[in-house]
Design a protein around this ligand. Structure first.
Ligand code: 5GP
Ligand code: ZN
Length: 112
C-alpha cells in the first residue's frame, strides 16, 4: 500500500525506533506513547485490520504474536498488555494491522 504509514515505516521510508524485526514483522516505539513502554507490532504485509484475516492468514497472525514475545524479551519486559483496536468504532486510526504492547508504570489495574 503506497500511502499507508505503517507500510512506509516497514519499507524504511519513514523513520521509526525499531526494537525488533524479522522477515515478516516489525516492532517499533509508538510516536505518542500511552504508557512508559509503548510498542507497535506490525506484519510487513499490509492487512487493514484483524477482522480482515481468515484462515489463510493464520501463519501471519502466529508470526506476529511470536514477534511480540521476541520484542518483549528484547526490551526485557516480563509483564505487558496487548491491545488490538479493530475498526474506527474501537479507536483504530491506522488501518494496517498492529498490536499495541504496553508496559511499565502501574499496569496491574485491569480494564476488563
Ligand atoms: P490505533 O489508534 O490505530 O490503534 O493506533 C495507531 C497508533 O500509531 C497510535 O498509537 C499512534 O500514536 C501511532 N502512530 C501513528 N503514526 C505513527 C508514526 O508515524 N510513527 C509511529 N512510531 N507511530 C505512529
Ligand atoms: Zn500498510
Amino acid at each position: 500500500m503506497e500511502s499507508c504509514v505503517f507500510c512506509r515505516i516497514a519499507r524504511g521510508e519513514i523513520p521509526a525506533e525499531v526494537v525488533y524485526e524479522d522477515a515478516g514483522n516489525l516492532v517499533f516505539r509508538d510516536i505518542k506513547p500511552a504508557a512508559p513502554v509503548h510498542l507497535l507490532a506490525i506484519p510487513r504485509r499490509h492487512v487493514a485490520r484483524l477482522a480482515d484475516c481468515s484462515g489463510k492468514d493464520a501463519d501471519l497472525l502466529a508470526a506476529l504474536f511470536l514477534a511480540v514475545n521476541r520484542a518483549a524479551a528484547a526490551e526485557k519486559l516480563r509483564d505487558f498488555r496487548l491491545i488490538v483496536n479493530n475498526g474506527a468504532g474501537a479507536g483504530q486510526t491506522v488501518f494496517h494491522l498492529h498490536a499495541h504492547i504496553l508496559a511499565g508504570g502501574n499496569m496491574s489495574e485491569k480494564l476488563l
